[in-house]
Design a protein around this ligand. Sequence first.
Ligand SMILES: [Zn+2]
Length: 79
Amino acid sequence: MMIIRLIILIALVSLLIFAYRKLTGSNQPAKKEESLPNTMRKCEHCGVHLPEAEACRKDDHFFCSEEHRRAYLEQHPDD
Ligand SMILES: [Zn+2]
């Protein structure tokens, strides 16, 4: 019945590894970056992509900077 002993041994070892990982894992500060949904937006003026949080916004339009927002609004006064 060596096979059964071997299986039990493997099961025990994997259980130990699992328990060890769980213990060490809980000791570590589970610091997942709690960032806001970082949707990439495209500047309507120059086409550069930047995170929504850093973008200037005008309704549904996003811009990389205040200048580009102004420039866009000058070119599209109807928007
Ligand atoms: Zn731009």
